[in-house]
Design a protein around this ligand. Structure first.
Ligand SMILES: [Zn+2]
Length: 382
């Protein structure tokens, strides 16, 4: 929504926000300065209320950032690239380059958010009790109490088992781990998202119609409910794809035992060494010591005029290992392909549990596997 405003990097992770955050921060500052503070810490100057109000709005977004940083750092720990964190109207989102490939990894990435919010909540509440009452310290104490309460509410709310809330993802990962089927986990999390979203919308409408004093809460519930509902609908639509690919691993789609190229050799020599009729589209590049140092792709070879092949070294044309996505042969196919697709080279290396290279895989492998599965299912039904 709107245009992203870059805020910089934290622990190497890009953070930005959109203009709705300014709107929410302004509204929240106003609410604190004119409503909460004069009641909680009476008798102080308007300036004190407004300055503390601005600090409160800032700290509120800092706590949202802590929640999202939790997701981002654990994702990075799980080997998943993080595009960045965006703050917007309804909070924040940590944008990952690919979906987790295991139930355990999905669980860890999701559950850390509410844990981070709960930790923020406890820290704010403890600080508020440590501050003396009265005067400016008392005002700060009131602010910390409100922030502590909000963070605890955020932690609990995010644990509601309704996708796309963190609790929905936790539910999905638990079902995935119990049944071994990612599609089943997604399906139930999306269904609970539909129910949870509808319940929030209903609750919001009830609050708005009920009494005039709490309409802001009512509209917030309505907005979040609608967001959950639409995200759950979107998620329900992608379930058939996951069902079709359920149980498909990288092994099913990879090109096994690819021919290898030596880094010091020429492209011409390598091409002449290829077995006739080879269908491989990418080739691991080995150093003189036999370790993998990169990946040579057929597309890169085709991009060079053929009269240059004999003067061009493989090492100069191949992609270095740092630019190649490495996936495991037992990874589920869909997230693995997403991971490769998120990188800048469309071909990935496939390793087994010991890290030995067993194949290569490219993004189009997903579509070939999908077509095969569809054909297979059609044949089974016929
Ligand atoms: Zn979260």
């Amino acid at each position: 929504m709107g245009k992203d405003i870059p805020l910089g990097r934290i622990a190497g992770i890009k953070v930005d926000m959109d203009l709705t955050v300014v709107l929410v921060a302004g509204f929240y500052t106003h609410f604190l300065a004119t409503n909460q503070f004069p009641i909680g810490a009476p008798g102080l100057s308007t300036t004190a209320y407004w300055v503390t109000g601005v600090a409160g709005a800032l700290l509120f977004f800092v706590s949202l950032l802590v929640h999202e940083m939790g997701h981002a750092l654990v994702a990075r720990d799980e080997g998943i690239g993080v595009r960045g964190i965006s703050l917007w109207l309804l909070g924040g989102v940590a944008k990952l380059e690919s979906a987790p490939t295991t139930a355990r990894s999905e669980f860890r990435i999701a559950v850390i958010g509410p844990i981070a919010s709960a930790a923020c909540g406890v820290a704010f509440l403890a600080s508020s009790y440590a501050l003396p009452s009265g005067g400016i310290p008392g005002l700060i104490g009131v602010l910390f109490y409100i922030l502590g309460y909000l963070n605890v509410v955020l932690a609990v709310f995010n644990l509601l088992p309704a996708a796309p809330l963190d609790g929905g993802t936790v539910l999905s990962s638990l079902i995935w781990s119990r049944t071994g089927s990612q599609a089943t986990g997604m399906k139930w999390a999306a269904r609970s998202g539909l129910v949870g979203g509808a319940a929030l919308v209903f609750l919001g409408l009830k609050v708005i119609r009920g009494n005039g004093t709490n309409t802001v809460n009512g509209y917030s519930l309505l907005l979040v409910g609608a967001f959950v509902l639409f995200a759950a609908l979107r998620s329900i639509r992608s379930v058939p794809l996951y069902e079709l690919l359920d149980g498909s691993t990288v092994r099913d789609a990879m090109s096994p035992a690819p021919p290898t190229a030596t880094a010091v050799g020429t492209v011409g020599n390598f091409l002449r060494s290829l077995p006739p009729g080879t269908t491989h589209q990418s080739y691991p590049v080995l150093s003189e010591q036999g370790t993998v140092v990169g990946l040579l792709t057929a597309a890169a070879i085709r991009a060079v005029p053929d009269h240059q092949w004999d003067s061009l070294r493989v090492a100069d044309l191949a992609y270095p290992l740092t630019r190649i996505t490495v996936v495991r042969s037992d990874d589920p196919l869909l997230p693995a392909v997403q991971k490769i697709d998120g990188g800048d080279v469309r071909d990935g290396l496939v390793v087994d549990q010991d890290g030995t290279i067993v194949g290569t895989v490219d993004a189009s492998a997903l579509f070939r596997t999908l077509e095969l599965r569809k054909a297979h299912l059609a044949a089974a039904r016929a």
